[in-house]
Design a protein around this ligand. Structure first.
Ligand code: ZN
Length: 253
């Protein structure tokens, strides 16, 4: 069984189309949320994500953009994020807003106890996993072998084996084409793994990020895929969204 793990598409249609074209064969899609927010193509992205199917965890931006976020959580959004959420609320077709508002909170478990899929952390759902302590806390609240988590827009993760904790970060050669990095997973270890962000990477690499999990081979493969970033930027500017949302795409920040 091979799962395509995607997260944080953020209404970036050129990035989503590029990763789908570059992805190897897969049997299932595990989507870790933040389908919309920031980018200029929320309806097109929602409609493509619906077609892809699979399991889908709700993200904080999916709640903000479909109007289902609790008002006290809005203060955690930056000015750009709030402005984009308001723009997206207006742009979304009612049926797409409705669909987003019905997405489920993580953890979702596509492989029984083996795997937990969350947007931020196992609890609370919007917590960022940025440190070994955060990762260890996320694992302490589940019996899953692997927690797949998005939200930070950083590709990588942590492994825990006995008392040893290792930071995992893919290292790529340079080149214009899609690149990949394999990580063999140990049955004795436990993992927090982040596929990175499809539509707004923040780890210094502008290329769209995904991961593929091969259950039979206990193998995780991270990918970076170049996409038409200029097209995504142009659409953001034309839509009247905050300009910073366009410039950050090329920087990967
Ligand atoms: Zn996000």
């Amino acid at each position: 069984m091979r799962a395509l793990v995607i997260s944080d598409i953020h209404s970036n249609l050129p990035a989503l189309e590029a990763v789908l074209a570059a992805a190897p064969q897969y049997d299932a899609v595990w989507n870790l949320g933040d389908i919309v927010g920031y980018g200029a193509n929320p309806n097109e992205v929602v409609e493509l994500v619906k077609k892809l199917g699979g399991i889908i965890v709700r993200g904080n931006h999916d709640r903000a953009c479909s109007g289902t976020m609790h008002f006290s959580d809005y203060r955690n959004l930056s000015w750009n994020a709030s402005a984009a959420a308001l723009w997206t609320q207006k742009d979304l077709k009612p049926e797409n807003a409705q669909w987003l508002s019905n997405l489920k909170r993580g953890p979702l478990r596509p492989l029984g106890r083996k795997v937990a899929c969350v947007h931020g952390s196992t609890w609370p759902e919007d917590e960022y996993i940025r440190s070994p302590e955060d990762a260890s806390r996320a694992l302490s609240k589940t019996r899953a072998w692997i927690v797949f988590s998005g939200h930070t827009h950083f590709q990588g993760g942590w492994s825990f084996e006995g008392r040893k904790c290792v930071r995992l970060k893919p290292v790529y050669g340079s080149g214009p084409d899609a690149v990949r990095y394999d990580l063999l997973l140990s049955q004795e270890g436990r993992y927090v793994l982040n596929p990175g962000s499809v539509g707004q990477p923040r780890d210094g690499d502008w290329r769209a990020a995904i991961a593929v999990f091969d259950d039979d081979q206990s193998l995780l493969t991270w990918y970076r895929v170049p996409y038409k970033v200029l097209a995504a930027q142009r659409r953001i500017r034309r839509a009247g969204l905050p300009k910073g949302l366009a410039t950050r795409l090329r920087k990967g920040q």
